[in-house]
Design a protein around this ligand. Structure first.
Ligand SMILES: Cc1cc2nc3c(=O)[nH]c(=O)nc-3n(C[C@H](O)[C@H](O)[C@H](O)COP(=O)(O)OP(=O)(O)OC[C@H]3O[C@@H](n4cnc5c(N)ncnc54)[C@H](O)[C@@H]3O)c2cc1C
Length: 504
């Protein structure tokens, strides 16, 4: 059957009057007929699904923009999703302390951030949304500092695919350093987080009706919660949903591990599609090139190879040779790693670089866990990593020479004066390999954070923000852009959701 708007409206009207909910999967194998509740367990003005950066930012803003009740539903036993375990990186062209200028790291602007983001995603990103991200990133960061007490390290990085030093790191060096402040802002404004509440359906009567509420699985049984103003989807990506990622990219099967928390599954995208939402860019799934090779874990040490390129880190394969321009985007580095055919690859750095990439304490802990390897000489490091010593020595000598001359004839790396040559030990190495990390695709939204249907019209009273959405990062997200994306669009979605006129 051809799926036209008229057909859908007809279906909607018929099933709507019969009290049956809109379900575009209806009639498909396994689809169930769902009846809109005649009685609701509760009414909430702004209801948010997901307690990561996007959900917390949305809750914080909804609570001061007119919503009397703001509730976040979180299916996991702890709050925070991928956000709380993230690497602590946040891209913004400026911050209230003007750290980049203070550290003499060159120029930047919101426009340049937007240009890099569009180019880094091969121009698949929606320019209007990318501009909002780049313009909103600095105010979003300053807001978290002022209202939530976020603390930044006195360092700004230039990471893969960026043409400026704009990647900020919180003192904690992990996403908790933003998630906790966001949670505090949201809760101090009256928002509530409920854990162990898994949303299992979105209620909408027909293709012209607003979203009415959600069905929730709780430890006490099923509940139906009605929304009086709006529903905000902030349920994150689907990197851990192997079946779903294989629908869009069959190569990303169970052979790939993932950096994500176990709750990063895509059911909310499915439910949103079933009530008419459009999902875009679903095949754009990112590999993180620097994950722990066996488990796919992205722990504190696994962020060093990401932070290192702007300060002179070098990537080598098992033969001790460089295989890619270290300033490249994640998709390029990941593909180059896979193409070596020799698992794993390694990042090489020295003691002098550590304060630019992290802390001595993190490195000590990483060494104790066997994640980092340390040696006084390159020959010793090569022996500990199991790569040929002569080859590694030759690679690093050549790299140092290129750095001095400002020209890389092998991989065309762009050098900056902030980069440190690998001349002085002690030297460090860490193994790295790609793991499924970020799903750039998701629900299509407009500049107000409204979720759009397949004709591009806003679905009344439905908003979305964060990794559950698609269209911002194109086919490749630049590292550090997701935290800013969640904060910026979470704030927009929460503000606009709260401004919807409440239903009686
Ligand atoms: C290890 C790691 C490190 C990263 N480091 C960085 C970094 O340094 N900088 C950067 O910019 N990006 C980074 N990213 C990406 C970034 O952290 C994520 O894109 C971002 O945190 C997503 O936030 P979110 O609020 O959209 O979703 P999440 O933080 O994932 O939150 C979504 C929440 O929704 C819940 N949920 C899902 N479905 C349901 C349901 N049916 N019912 C109820 N609840 C549901 C989930 O359990 C989850 O808690 C990293 C990602 C990972 C995994």
């Amino acid at each position: 059957m051809e799926l036209s708007r008229r057909t859908l409206m007809k279906v909607g009207v018929v099933v709507g009057t019969a009290g049956v909910a809109l379900n575009l999967f209806e009639g498909k194998a396994g689809a169930v007929v769902r009846k809109i509740p005649t009685k609701w367990d509760e009414t909430v003005e702004v209801l948010i699904v997901g307690s990561g950066f996007a959900g917390l930012a949305a809750a914080a803003e909804a609570a001061v923009n007119g919503a009397k009740s703001v509730v976040i539903l979180e299916k996991m036993p702890i709050y925070g999703g991928n956000s709380i375990i993230n690497g602590g990186e946040y891209n913004a062209w400026d911050d209230k302390f003007h750290l980049r200028q203070k550290l003499n790291l060159g120029d930047d602007s919101a426009d340049l951030h937007a240009q890099d983001t569009l180019k880094g995603g091969d121009f698949f990103g929606v320019p209007e949304l990318v501009k909002i991200l780049a313009d909103g990133a600095t105010p979003g960061l300053n807001w978290m500092i002022d209202e939530g007490g976020v603390q930044l390290r006195e360092v700004v990085n230039r990471t893969g695919g960026h043409t400026a030093y704009r990647t900020h790191t919180c003192v904690a060096g992990v996403g908790r350093g933003y998630a906790e402040p966001l949670r505090k802002i949201a809760e101090s404004r009256g928002a509530k987080i409920r854990l162990g509440m898994k949303v299992t359906w979105i209620w909408r009567k027909d293709v012209d009706s607003p979203v009415l509420g959600v069905e929730v699985e709780t430890s006490k049984g099923m509940q139906n919660i009605r929304v009086a103003r709006a529903l905000v989807l902030a349920s994150g990506g689907f990197s851990r949903d192997v079946a779903m990622r294989m629908i869009y990219n069959p190569s990303l099967g169970p052979g790939y591990s993932s950096t994500n928390h176990p709750g990063a599954t895509g059911e909310m995208i499915r439910y949103a599609q079933a009530v008419g939402c459009e999902a875009i860019h679903m095949a754009f799934i990112q590999l993180y090139p620097y994950a722990e090779p066996e488990t796919g874990m992205l722990d504190a040490p696994a962020v060093y190879p990401f932070r290192g390129p702007g300060f002179g880190i070098v990537y080598v394969n098992k033969a001790g040779k460089r295989f890619v321009n270290e300033m490249e985007r994640r998709d390029v580095v990941s593909r180059a790693e896979l193409a070596t055919g020799m698992k794993p690859t390694y990042s090489i750095f020295n003691e002098e670089m550590i304060p630019h990439m992290g802390t001595k304490d993190e490195v000590e802990k990483g060494l104790a866990k066997g994640r980092f390897v340390k040696a006084d000489t390159l020959a010793e490091l090569a022996q500990k990593l199991g790569v040929p010593a002569d080859a590694l020595q030759e690679t690093i000598t050549k790299h140092n020479q290129y750095l001095k001359e400002g020209k890389d004839p092998e991989f065309n790396r762009a050098y900056t004066k902030a980069m440190i040559p690998l001349e002085q030990g002690p030297f460090y190495g860490i193994a790295q390999w790609p793991a499924v990390h970020h799903t750039m695709g998701g629900l299509r939204v407009n500049a107000k954070g409204q979720a759009l249907d397949i004709w591009g019209n806003p679905i009344p009273r439905l908003y979305a923000a964060g990794e559950v959405t698609g269209g911002i990062h194109g086919d490749n997200r630049l590292g550090g852009n997701a935290t800013a994306d969640c904060v910026v669009f979470g704030r927009i979605a929460g503000t606009n959701a709260a401004k919807e006129k409440p239903l009686a």
